[in-house]
Design a protein around this ligand. Structure first.
Ligand code: ATP
Length: 324
């Protein structure tokens, strides 16, 4: 392998730039050329490439988002689109690809590999931590820190006014952000899609904590949770059943996706980038780089795409005990 292409694809996440930096510099270290691909698979189709040297990635380890830009490409989902991409790839001399993104991006990589026997390596970049084969995705830790900081601030208002706050956090169909940030921010209740608490049990529990002397409460709700139709309906229900409480809703939204990556995400990105490039150089393909028990290891891409992450039962129990 003489020339490796690298792209960021799908939703952006903090740590993508740090991973890009690591891929580029590992290529430089091993004397391999590196091409940055702009706007994910759309840029692959259009041949929007730029040669990257060790110096092209100065001063980006601390930056959120992705300097390569990201995109969702409908065209890449078609055979014709992927053919165009392969032509551009061939013309550029690129002979392997590192995809920093989520499961959709990995699926795209697998399809490309299947059709053209092109070596592909994935690095998981998403704040949701919803990818099988790694205990942590790039951006997850940063998002947790952002959420905890926001909830700390909301708590100031909640406790000053004896209010109940529902705080909706991101996470797609999984509750990893909600559970971890909820425990970290000392939330009274954490509602996640993996567990159905039910509206009545929620009200009972909130009444119990009120009776035990709590005058304000924070309930963290994962965006994928189905306890209520949505967080506003949940608010109405609780207000109706607990008129003594003033209830407010805060939907944190996209601020969770941005920001300077945490030290953990920067270090993880650096480790993953090295592993991705060196695995390609060893002739491996169709893997995702993951971290498990603090060891960087490979997981077959199809498993990473198809597998489901599980909620941490021990942490769930900790959160239950903390709300006594
Ligand atoms: P996020 O977790 O933020 O959504 P993602 O990587 O899952 O990130 P997607 O939009 O699902 O984001 O996928 C990114 C891109 O990957 C798509 O826009 C498309 O170009 C490509 N892709 C996804 N699925 C396929 C597929 N089945 N065949 C070909 N390309 C695909």
């Amino acid at each position: 392998i003489k020339k490796i292409g690298v792209m960021t694809s799908g939703g952006d996440s903090p740590g993508m730039n740090a991973a890009l930096r690591s891929v580029v510099r590992t290529c430089a270290f091993h004397g391999v050329e590196c091409l940055g691909i702009y706007r994910g698979y759309q840029g692959l189709i259009e041949g929007d490439f730029k040669e990257m040297t060790a110096r092209s990635v100065n001063n980006i380890i601390n930056k959120g988002g992705t300097i390569l830009k990201s995109a969702r490409s409908q065209e890449f989902r078609t055979v014709e689109g992927r053919k165009k991409a392969f032509e551009k790839v061939n013309a550029s001399g690129m002979d392997a690809l590192v995809v920093i993104g989520g499961d959709g991006s990995f699926t795209g990589g697998m399809v490309f590999n299947e059709e053209f026997n092109f070596p592909v390596m994935g690095i998981p970049g998403t704040i949701d931590n919803d990818i099988y084969g790694t205990s942590s995705t790039l951006g997850f830790d940063t998002a947790l820190n952002t959420v905890v900081e926001c909830i700390d601030k909301i708590r100031d208002t909640a406790s000053s006014h004896n209010r109940l706050f529902f705080v909706e956090v991101m996470g797609r169909d999984v509750g990893h952000i909600a559970l971890n940030a909820g425990v970290g921010a000392g939330a009274e209740e954490i509602l996640i899609p993996e567990e159905d608490m039910g509206k009545d049990r929620l009200v009972e529990s909130l009444k119990r904590s009120r009776e035990s002397g709590k005058s304000s409460s924070i309930v963290v709700v994962a965006e994928g949770d189905k306890t209520g139709d949505n967080v506003f309906e949940l608010k109405d229900y609780v207000e109706k059943n607990m008129p003594e409480y003033e209830v407010r809703v805060s939907v944190l939204g996209h601020m969770q996706r941005g920001g300077s990556p945490s030290c953990w995400d920067r270090v993880l990105a650096s480790r993953m980038g090295v592993k991705a490039v060196e695995s390609l150089l060893e002739g491996k393909t169709n893997y995702m780089v993951g971290i498990n028990n603090n060891k960087i290891e490979l997981c077959p891409l199809d498993k990473a795409v198809k597998g489901k992450t599980e909620i941490d039962q021990e942490l769930l129990r900790v959160s239950d005990i903390m709300t006594v």
